[in-house]
Design a protein around this ligand. Structure first.
Ligand code: ZN
Length: 267
């Protein structure tokens, strides 16, 4: 059983996590750029970080037999400051020439402000121009309001290719807002604040696997790099076939991120 982890911030994880993830069957990781805990003050500070995840982190993963891809972008916590976001987005284009960079992310909303929304919109425009997938983060508080704002922005831009849009951290409270749009969706299994394996599998049963993924979103918080293997184990216990499991934890992320044309992995 191969597992594709489509959202993990390995930047802040120990090498022990690569060890455990690779032993649990994770062969491929997609690492989106994110907020580092303090707001950066210059575009160059972002570029040094993008350099780090696209070069150093990829090599660190390789030592454990894990292929590492990245998405590049300004997280909503960073994108609040449009005076920094706009020049930074303009200047980061050369990172998309790197073969391991497969999308724009993570972008989206945090406090649901108009500045964050504009930061998301210009980065979706960039992703669409480059014909690359975009990973859209949804907020932890006022989640339904944030997802409604994201939905309305997508609806207001019918020219966007929705196959290239992934709305992440979806829960029972928000899935109904975005599923009808035909975009991709992802659930995050996280020990606190997000979903348990049980809730994720219940949502999978209710809504079906079409354009649905699961991830751990591991970062520096109380997160679990084995979230997807735990979902796999629960799916087996609940009677899903190996084909069902492979479709969910391998083929779906390969289908979505494979739209970049840059994946070695195939379905
Ligand atoms: Zn994230």
């Amino acid at each position: 059983m191969r597992i594709f982890e489509p959202h993990a911030h390995m930047y802040c994880r120990l090498t022990d996590d690569y060890e455990r993830m690779s032993l649990a069957g994770i062969t491929t990781i997609q690492e989106p750029a994110f907020w580092l805990g303090t707001c950066r003050t210059t575009p160059e500070s972002f570029y040094d970080y993008f350099e780090h995840i696209t070069v150093f982190e990829r090599k660190r993963a390789e030592r454990y037999g894990v292929r590492h891809y990245q998405s590049i972008g300004l997280n909503p916590k960073d994108a609040k400051n449009l005076a920094l976001t706009v020049p930074c987005v303009k200047g980061m284009r050369h990172f998309f020439d790197r073969p391991s960079v497969i999308g724009v992310g993570e972008i989206g909303l945090d406090d649901n402000t108009q500045e964050e929304l504009e930061g998301m919109r210009i980065q979706i425009e960039l992703a669409q121009e480059l014909k690359l997938p975009a990973l859209i983060h949804t907020p932890h508080v006022n989640k339904r309001l944030g997802v409604t704002m994201i939905r309305d922005t997508i609806v207001a831009n019918p020219q966007w290719n929705r196959d290239l849009l992934l709305v992440d951290h979806i829960t029972e409270e928000t899935i109904d807002l975005v599923r009808p749009l035909g975009v991709w969706t992802a659930m995050t299994v996280y020990p606190v604040t997000k979903l348990s394996p049980e809730r994720a599998v219940a949502m999978l049963k209710r809504y079906g696997p079409e354009k649905l993924m699961v991830n751990s979103s591991v970062d520096w918080g109380e997160s679990d790099p084995l979230s997807i293997p735990r979902v796999v184990r629960l799916m087996r216990r609940e009677g899903f076939t190996e084909n069902d499991i492979e479709n969910f934890v391998w083929k779906n992320p390969v289908r979505f991120w494979g739209q970049s044309g840059r994946l070695v992995e195939t379905v």
